[in-house]
Design a binder for this molecule. Structure first.
Ligand code: MG
Length: 258
């Protein structure tokens, strides 16, 4: 599992060895590696001595709306004929444990637990069958949404774009069969979303093809692949977690905005 961490004021990538509670520091630029296996510096640090950051620092976060069959059913809406895309700015991204800030401009903050795809190399006009070579791996995400503003505005920029509206992490699973992964969102320990990535309308390779047909994806960019049923409200003080099979658990909490 690849992590991005801060230690002694420096941010680096590392390979997390959870059982041994340590991090092996990765050599050089993780996005320029030729092989799937990162090169290690030989340095190891205790996991307790590092502060986890969002596992990538994307130039943009591309999100897909209504991409789970069971969620479309729940909402009573037709399945989209093409992937429905929107963007979250890079300033929405926060790392594991960094709180979601409840903005004063909304009165209806919602969570959406999602599988996130991290792009490995520049991608433009990529075919679905070639998509895997452009993917570094997968992590967990929360597509935080001000639902009242989404309804009021008629388009989604404001409702999706407040600072802290895209928690990412805790780590990137580099090799993962993403076709049937259990995805569970809990609020204050209670299960709110429990589905499988097998419910996706458009698969991960199809999404890479569709998005890269529009815009150039850069190393570290992230695609959020849509949310399963069970979206709902968050209040100040709530604890939220998203667990995806083969990746781990992203946990955070909601705090009031200034
Ligand atoms: Mg979403």
């Amino acid at each position: 599992m690849i992590i991005r961490f801060e230690r002694n004021g420096k941010v680096k990538h590392g390979w997390m060895v959870e059982d041994e509670k340590k991090v092996r520091v990765i050599e050089g630029d993780i996005y320029k590696l030729q092989s799937a296996k990162p090169i290690m510096t030989g340095l190891e640090v205790p996991l307790d001595d590092v502060v986890l950051q969002a596992p990538s620092a994307p130039s943009k976060v591309v999100c897909i709306g209504v991409n789970y069959r069971d969620h479309a059913e729940e909402m009573g809406i037709d399945l989209p004929a093409e992937p429905l895309m929107f963007l979250k700015p890079s300033t929405t991204v926060v790392g594991p444990g960094e709180p979601i800030v409840y903005p004063r401009l909304t009165e209806n903050l919602h969570y959406e637990g999602e599988l996130a795809v991290v792009i490995k190399k520049e991608a433009k006009h990529v075919k679905a069958e070639d998509a895997e070579e452009y993917i570094l791996g997968y992590t967990c995400a929360i597509d935080v949404t001000a639902r009242d503003l989404q309804m009021k505005d008629g388009q989604w920029t404001r409702s999706k774009s407040f600072d802290t509206f895209c928690p990412l992490g805790p780590a990137i699973a580099a090799k993962l069969d993403h076709q049937d992964l259990r995805i569970v969102t809990r609020v204050n320990g209670e299960v709110r979303q429990d589905s499988s990535t097998s419910q996706m309308v458009f698969s991960v390779p199809q999404l890479v093809e569709a998005v890269s047909a529009v815009m150039t994806l850069l190393p570290g960019d992230v695609i959020l692949t849509g949310t399963p049923p069970g979206v709902g409200e968050l209040k100040v003080g709530d604890e939220i977690s998203v667990t995806i099979e083969g990746i781990g658990t992203l946990s955070t909490r909601v705090r009031a905005g200034e």
